[in-house]
Write a protein that binds this ligand. Structure first.
Ligand code: PEP
Ligand code: MG
Length: 585
């Protein structure tokens, strides 16, 4: 009898998924999918094969140089197999006659060839069978999965069956990026929190995700069916058939509901985010990739409030050059049709290590060489990014935002580098937006406390609650053991936010919020009452924030904010907020 395992975690991206699990920590091989294809699709499959073949050859060449003589000979043999003038055409012939997906046909041909060698009973030939399997598995892996690369462990390539739920202990942002387009339907992690970068990406991609599921991987093997309930933060393994049926019903009814709400939703997309008594809030989108700009317009975003540029640096091998960055920034700006696009300069470090940071092994990376601290030491890199940003600013309302500013000197220093880049552009006749706005993230408590001083020099300030909570409460935002302390409603956090809003008001500097708190309708209600008028969130959350705010009055929000700021515990603040919200349901 199957024993049901029900595990609890934090819902990081809402939704439900049911499917076979794919465990990153579990090396058990999974089966290769098999599906029929048409003749015209066979052409595409062959092209994919040729690309994967070329990639595998390149890899083998590179690997060969790093090995001793004996190993190098083995790889040489693999290379010869991948160029076999008889075997490769046989694969093509089989693909066009069998009309099944290339991975399946290839595996079938490889098994056939290896089987024939083994059947000879000759020990030498049997070893060659292993070599054939090894050499062609490399191609199959490329065909079936994105590469999950880590600098330390070298290339880790595994294939992920489409429709799988991805489970792992933790994922680096670069590894998460590699999952894009893999066809997975959900993510479960043993570690991580709701504001980890995996969670942020999952929300952007509408993928249900649950984080901080302790003991998740114990005994879990690839292919096992799991229910991922990212509404209630649950993972159910070996569920009874009744439970599976109930969840399938829920999934179908969610989909029906979404279809029914489509008309209402499209009206909401076009509507202003306006309270019943006429206060208008600006809602912008947080994105990680330039191509997400266009889809955030479809969600009704009034601009990009945060473009996390570091994902460009994490996805590429090495740092992207000026031209690559320019194209990404220009794409985002042009896609937003004149609306503001706030691009944050490289926020590398901590959980988003790049280049030499990976080898550094700092004792406290969260308090270490990250964001502008890193960029100011790596001026070459920083200036390349700033030049790319300046060039792209000629194409629309691009604004530059500096992350992790902790004091006025640091702001002076980054603005000085920006001025240097502007002077170089002028000298070289490169056009850029001369009245370009340069602002800062307020995400370190020292910046919030000195927001009045920073506001004199920054064109705008954006409150990054993800880090602000982490640093105010001294709680790692990804550590599930202390996640009970990670609370945006802690009075200390709210006071710092209030102080920043006030400083902005006094100096007429625009203040907005781009941390995850800004995507919670209840929080936006409270923050609007505290005087905040601009918010940036995952594009998928824009309509739900708008829907709620259109039901409330600013008068109620202000009264609520006044009461909240007098309360001394996060628990009581949440309670009061829930009571108020109920009145609107
Ligand atoms: C934040 O800290 O609130 C923020 C928006 O930045 P990130 O989540 O990328 O650290
Ligand atoms: Mg941050």
């Amino acid at each position: 009898m199957k024993i049901v395992r029900k595990l609890e975690g934090l819902s990081a991206s809402r939704g439900i998924a049911i499917g076979p699990v794919f465990c990153l920590a579990d090396e058990t091989p999974v089966s290769i999918p098999r599906y029929p294809i048409s003749e015209s699709e066979a052409e595409t499959h062959w092209l994919r094969f040729e690309t994967a073949l070329e990639l595998s050859r390149k890899e083998l060449f590179l690997l060969k140089d790093d090995q001793n003589k004996e190993q190098s000979l083995i790889l040489e043999a693999h290379l010869m197999m991948l160029s076999d003038p008889e075997f490769i055409p046989q694969i093509k012939k089989a693909l066009f006659s069998r009309l099944f997906n290339i991975e399946y046909v290839l595996k079938e041909k490889v098994n056939e060839a290896a089987g024939m060698l083994r059947a000879t009973g000759d020990a030498y030939l049997a070893e060659r069978a292993v070599d054939i399997e090894d050499a062609f598995d490399r191609i199959i892996n490329h065909l079936l999965s994105p590469s999950l690369k880590t600098k330390k462990s070298g290339q880790k390539t595994r294939f992920i069956p489409p429709g799988a739920i991805f489970a792992a202990r933790n994922l680096k942002p670069s590894e998460t990026l590699a999952l894009k387009g893999s066809g997975i339907v959900g993510i479960i992690l043993e570690e991580g929190g709701a504001t980890s970068h995996v969670a942020i990406l999952a929300r952007s991609w509408h993928l249900p995700a649950v984080m901080g599921v302790r003991g998740l991987l114990d005994g879990l093997v690839d292919g096992k069916e799991v229910i991922l309930d990212a509404v209630d933060g649950l993972v159910i393994v070996d569920a009874s058939s009744d439970t599976v049926a109930a969840y399938r019903l829920r999934l179908r009814s969610d989909m029906r509901q979404q279809a029914e709400n489509a008309v209402e939703r499209s009206a909401l997309v076009k509507a202003q985010c306006e309270t019943t008594d006429g206060t208008i809030l600006t809602l912008r989108a947080n994105i990680a990739l330039a191509e997400e700009a266009a889809s955030s317009l479809e969600e009704g975003a009034g601009g990009i409030g945060l473009f996390r540029s570091e994902f460009l640096f994490l996805g590429a091998d090495g740092f992207p050059d000026e031209e690559t960055q320019f194209v990404a920034y220009q794409t985002a700006v042009e896609n937003m049709a004149g609306a503001p696009v706030i691009i944050r300069t490289l926020d590398a470090g901590a959980d988003k290590m790049v280049g030499e940071q990976l080898d550094l092994a700092e004792k406290n990376p969260l308090l270490g060489w990250r964001a502008v601290r890193y960029c100011l030491d790596r001026r070459d890199l920083f200036k390349t990014q700033l030049r790319a940003l300046l060039r792209a600013s000629a194409f629309g309302d691009l604004r530059i935002m500096f992350p992790m500013i902790s004091n006025v000197e640091e702001l002076d220093a980054v603005l000085e580098v920006l001025d240097e880049c502007k002077a170089e552009c002028l000298r070289d006749g490169i056009p850029f937006k001369t009245d370009l706005k340069a602002g800062i993230m307020v995400e370190i408590p020292s910046a919030a406390v000195c927001a009045d001083l920073l506001a004199r020099k920054a064109d705008f300030m954006s409150i990054g609650t993800n880090d602000l909570i982490q640093y105010t409460m001294a709680v790692d935002r990804e550590n599930p053991k202390v996640s009970h302390l990670y609370d945006c409603y802690n009075p200390a956090v709210l006071r710092l936010i209030a102080q920043t809003i006030e400083a902005g008001k006094k100096s007429r500097t625009e203040v907005s919020m781009c941390g995850e708190m800004a995507g919670d309708p209840a929080a936006v209600f409270l923050l609007a009452g505290m005087g905040l008028r601009s918010f940036s969130m995952a594009p998928t959350l824009i309509t739900q924030v708008k829907e709620f705010i259109r039901k409330v009055s600013i008068e109620d929000a202000e009264a609520l904010a006044k009461s909240v700021l007098e309360l001394s515990t996060a628990r009581n603040i949440r309670k009061l907020l829930q009571e108020k919200i109920k009145a609107y349901e």
